[in-house]
Write a new protein. Sequence first.
Length: 239
Amino acid sequence: MEARLAGGSLIVIGSFYDYYYFQIFAKPALQRPADLKGKVIAASAAGSASEYGIRDALSHFGLRDNENKIVYTGGTDARVHALQQGIADAAIISPPNGLIAQKLGFREIVNLMEMKMLLGYGGLVGKESWLRQNRETVLSFFKSYLEGLAALRQDSEYALKVIGKYARISDRDILVESYRTSIPQILTRPYVRKEIVEKSLKLSKNEAARRAEPEKFADNSFVKALDDSGFLNSLFGKN
């Protein structure tokens, strides 16, 4: 979206996960969201989804930005490390690393996934001209992706093997947590929601975002074509 606001031709054609994919874990002494007041919380980088997740969560529980300090420590592993080293009192973490933090003795005090707070966490983007010229290729990609998702949803043991292979995870507890927090939650009808686009425009620091029309940032025609053809129903039913 930032590229399009700057004059680029990118457009979002699918949304795979519409919510924050995070949990906030903290030192055992902190037991509820209100206890985060005045504390140091680790995020990945300035302007990242993890930072926005912290700010949205704090706001939801009535805490103001100036009542906390956010430190930027890098990826999820680094954020868990920041907790271990006492660099931060709490950290926003993506699954399955929350389970790792829990095994290390830290406490989950906010689960943004359960709160269903909107964010375009993962999606598919393409150049408009290329998409027009290669429509069948794009539809084939969506078909293969969705067939893969259906296979993982239908056979959890197979899914665990796939996750373990590509994520290089052998701990079954972590594999099960990876599956639980991802595969069943991924959208089976990956339409781009207008509310997601509107929120992204509000978060943008580009002045052009204030005048932008949300409809011009997304193209749902590919997903709609598969939906109208009955392809999605054949994989996931009518829900």
